[in-house]
Design a protein around this ligand. Structure first.
Ligand code: EPZ
Length: 432
């Protein structure tokens, strides 16, 4: 398996441009199934999760073409309900969006139970609750999800989510835009990528209102037409570089961001004593090598994002004093702590709470990327550690960070990729 080899002790300096938001792209790509026409989507991140979804759509009969490295055209006019490669579906969490999109377009769907990062139980009961409320029959058996809109077309409904769920909110939105009548989603998630999906759907002729609030109203329409849409910048990619700048004591201008989406991250970084300045579409972060301890709790947006929790876990190892992180979303998102302990970290974990002893100098070691964001956190740890760090299972990282090594090395990091298989990794979908 490929590895990252990181020589630590480098301060990041310079400018980095943020790519399109992964968690918006992995919903917007399946959403194109709902459109009879050509969707031109700009600012698509070049990551394996988007490649996987584009390959699945192509297998369903969609015509997919890259106009350039971050712009694609998807024509699902002739797409069909059968033929999705289940082995690819199992690889990613976002395959669940195919349920809503296929139900909305075809009135039926067969997908696998979703894959994705393993940090505890990640059920889809709220997705199923929403689809059933819209009139679909849903059965899960043998690892597959079978869905069928009994009357051929879904019917709008009022749906209260028992848990604030990003995926369920977006999946129900996908199923509802072509349903007959009105759908109201209550206790909806409010993340920026939910607003982005709603804006994409509306630009193709849907009628979605209230995205970004906890109540979303959708009036079903007969058909969606093609159009052009630009995906928002990735708040978590941006946050990762912000923490990397703070942890290495560097100075980095992070461009192509929406500062409003970074408020929780900027606020907590400032609490550590890190300098953060916001511009129109950029943030400047200056580390000062003298970090304050803080307490942190992850919450649904606009609270502090859970996808930034591992990165802060590394940062707080360097702070003066003892910090406490409470993971408010998942029941087991501290697997990276064992890897950090190999580098000298002193962290106690009890369920959803981690107590981090600061003032630690980390030292290089052979560690694993346990999942996408944990892997990014280990890269930050390797850059601040003394000596050399080797990170295995880097495929997790490449699911969600476009050109991660190139962008970090351009800022002064010293990272090489050791690949056992020298062949260049062919893209899942041929560039045409
Ligand atoms: C999305 O996952 C993101 N993934 C995750 O990002 C992110 O951590 C998460 O939202 C929270 O922001 C994608 O968008 C592809 P949820 P999702 O449904 O939709 C429970 C990353 O690193 N729940 O908001 O799966 C669930 O177990 C990834 O980019 C139910 O109980 O998250 C969790 O505890 C990691 N029943 C909580 O709700 C359900 O039906 C929030 O999950 C659904 C969720």
């Amino acid at each position: 398996m490929d590895q990252y080899i990181i020589r630590g002790g480098t301060r990041l300096q310079g400018e980095v441009e943020i790519s399109g938001a992964k968690n918006a792209a992995v919903a917007i790509i399946p959403a194109s199934l709902l459109v009879r026409g050509v969707c031109r989507i700009e600012n698509i991140p070049q990551i394996s999760d988007t490649d996987t979804l584009l390959t699945i759509l192509a297998e369903l009969g969609a015509r997919v073409s890259y106009l350039n490295k971050s712009t694609i055209e998807i024509d699902c006019t002739d797409a069909r309900c059968q033929g999705a490669p289940y082995d690819l579906m199992r690889k990613i969490r976002a395959s669940y969006y195919l349920i809503g999109a296929m139900l909305g377009r075809f009135g039926k769907a067969k997908t696998t139970m979703p894959g994705g990062c393993n940090f505890g139980v990640r059920p889809i009961d709220q997705h199923i609750k929403g689809m059933r409320a819209l009139g679909a029959e849903i059965n899960v058996r043998g690892g597959y999800v079978y869905a069928d809109a009994r009357e051929g077309r879904l019917r709008g409904a009022r749906i209260y989510l028992d848990k604030v769920s990003v995926g369920a909110t977006m999946n129900i939105m996908l199923a509802a835009v072509l349903a007959e009548g009105r759908t109201i989603i209550e206790n909806a998630a409010r993340e920026p990528h939910i607003v982005d999906l709603a804006n994409f759907l509306n630009s193709m002729g849907a009628d979605v209102r209230g995205a970004g609030t906890d109540t979303i109203k959708i009036n079903g329409v007969e058909e969606l037409h093609g159009g052009t849409y630009t995906i928002i910048p990735d708040q978590i990619e941006a946050g990762t570089y912000m923490v990397a700048a703070a942890a290495t004591g560097g100075e980095v201008l992070i461009t192509n961001v929406i500062p409003k989406h970074l408020e929780g991250i900027s606020a907590k970084l400032r609490e550590t004593g890190t300098f953060v300045e916001e511009y129109e579409e950029a943030v400047l972060v200056k580390g000062n090598g003298n970090l304050n301890r803080i307490n942190l709790k992850t919450m649904p947006y606009p609270g502090f994002p859970t996808d930034m929790q591992p990165q802060f876990g590394v940062l707080l190892c360097l702070a003066n004093g003892t910090s406490v992180i409470t993971e408010g979303i998942y029941d087991n998102r501290f697997k990276y702590v064992n890897e950090l302990r190999k580098m000298g970290a002193e962290i106690q974990v009890d369920g959803r709470v981690a107590v981090i002893e600061g003032g630690r100098r980390l030292s290089g070691a052979l560690v694993h990327a346990c999942d996408l964001r944990a892997g990014a956190a280990m890269v930050i740890a390797g850059m601040v550690a003394s000596g050399v760090t080797e990170i295995e299972d880097i495929h997790f990282i490449e699911r969600g960070y476009e050109r991660f090594v190139d962008k970090l090395n351009a800022l002064g990091a010293e990272i090489t990729v050791r690949s056992e298989d020298e062949e260049s990794s062919a893209r899942l979908i041929q560039i045409s």
